[in-house]
Design a protein around this ligand. Structure first.
Ligand code: C5P
Length: 416
């Protein structure tokens, strides 16, 4: 059994607008980078008066984006992609001017256009002179931003660079960093949830050089593991022998046989979600030999005795501390839905993802596309033909909805 290691780096788009507090944002970039976070930075014209693009790009290890009309910036990563590829947008420091533009949907530079085009959560850390901060126009704008769902980090009170004292100071980088960390943990729908996914085939040895296997590529199971991780779950992937690389940031345990897969699954419980996407061999060789079986003259046949493998899905479904949601797969060559419904009852799982295999339109094994039917105890839903990545996204969205509808404490709080 081999293992690779976990932990997922989030991605942040930091917008630095004009204010003396911009120097604190350099420290913020450094703190974020230390945790492996990807940081891309937009520097407004005002921001560039206080920190240089060179220091920002050296610390963030990425090009700095400054100009909406720069062919280079837009071709490298346009304003839409800048926001789409981030998990969170942080505006620090946020000037009174940029805040006012956000409130009114003004898009006249790269920062304001990206903010208007964004579909991601936004944290704003205002920084300005106390008179500007307390002015009713600014306070109105802040109230409107809050109504729009923007998270505001209240400025602190203290001596300002201009010599005046009052509210309007941007908190220290470490405080903003902590707000970001808490926000990221809460923001992902599956944060705090643990998921176990099996993927790929199992190989059942006949002798030291031969095995019985199947055509599963692991593409669907690996895509599901990656999507669960992207949505915040802590994922353990237990994979049979596949030629795919271990997915980044996911604890991956590689096994060969069904027996080893079962042990790895049991060792990694409890979990909130179990997805059995592996094509586990139903039988293993009972009379497996320690030495390579040789051809024997006069004996053209070879008897292999098969014995049933443990059914991992059934075992997990019937454990007293079973995961809240147990999902199996059913790849069938015929009568798919009837077999899927029977499997749901026999194994005791919650959902079955059924598909017909071996047809020209849906070869499934090894293919990048898949057409599946979701079968639960209450519904049957045909999904369109889609890439395995899209099927994974659709399935994980269903999982998120299901867990939301039956909110329970995470398995980490439950006794095993
Ligand atoms: O019974 P069948 O192999 O068709 O069931 C398929 C589902 O059951 C898949 O989710 C597969 O991962 C799981 N399974 C299992 N252990 C087995 C056989 C199948 O977990 N020994």
């Amino acid at each position: 059994m081999t293992e690779s290691s976990p932990s997922s780096p989030p991605s942040i788009l930091l917008i630095i607008s004009g204010g003396i507090a911009a120097y604190k944002s350099l420290e913020l970039i450094r703190l974020l980078k230390k945790t492996g976070t990807t940081v891309r930075v937009i520097l407004t014209k005002g921001g560039a008066q206080f920190v240089t693009p060179l220091s920002v790009s050296a610390l963030s290890e990425h090009a700095v984006y400054t100009d909406l009309w720069s062919l280079k910036d837009e071709s490298e990563m346009g304003h839409i992609r800048l926001s789409r590829e981030a998990d969170l947008i942080v505006v620090a420091p946020a000037s009174a001017n940029l805040i006012a533009k956000m409130v009114h949907g003004i898009a006249d530079d790269l920062a304001s256009t990206t903010l208007l085009a964004s579909n991601k959560p936004i944290i704003v850390s205002p920084a300005m002179n106390p008179e500007m901060w307390t002015k009713s126009s600014t306070q109105r704008n802040i109230a409107l931003l809050k109504e729009d769902g923007v998270h505001i980090i209240s400025p602190t009170i203290g001596e300002m660079a201009c010599g005046e004292t009052g509210p309007g100071r941007m908190p220290e980088a470490l405080e903003i960093f902590n707000v970001i960390q808490n926000f990221l943990i809460k923001e992902k729908p599956l944060s705090g949830k643990k998921a176990l996914v099996t993927s790929g085939p199992t190989f059942e040895p006949i002798d030291p050089v031969r095995y019985i296997g199947n055509r599963s590529s692991g593409k669907q199971g690996h895509a599901i593991a990656a999507e669960l991780e992207r949505q915040g779950a802590s994922v353990t992937l237990i994979s049979g022998p596949v030629s795919l690389p271990d997915p980044a940031h996911i604890k991956t345990i590689r096994v060969e046989t069904a027996e080893c897969m079962k042990n790895a699954v049991l060792e990694n419980l409890p979990a909130d979600i179990f997805v059995g996407a592996a094509a586990v061999a139903d039988w293993r060789i009972e009379n497996q030999t320690a030495q390579k079986i040789k051809k024997r003259t006069g004996s053209p046949t070879l008897d292999l005795k098969l014995t049933e493998n443990p059914d991992i899905l059934q075992i997990i479904s019937n454990l007293p501390n079973r995961p809240q949601l147990v999902i199996g797969f059913a790849a069938e060559t015929h009568d798919v839905l009837n077999f899927a419904r029977a499997k749901l009852l026999k194994k005791g799982c919650d959902w079955i993802i059924a598909n017909q295999v071996g047809t020209d339109e849906n070869p499934v094994f090894g293919s990048d596309r898949n057409q599946v039917t979701l079968v639960t105890h209450t519904l049957t839903e045909d999904w369109p033909v889609a890439s395995k990545t899209t099927v994974a996204k659709m399935l994980v969205q269903k999982i998120i909805e299901e867990l939301r509808n039956h909110e329970q404490p995470s398995c980490h709080n439950r006794s095993a």
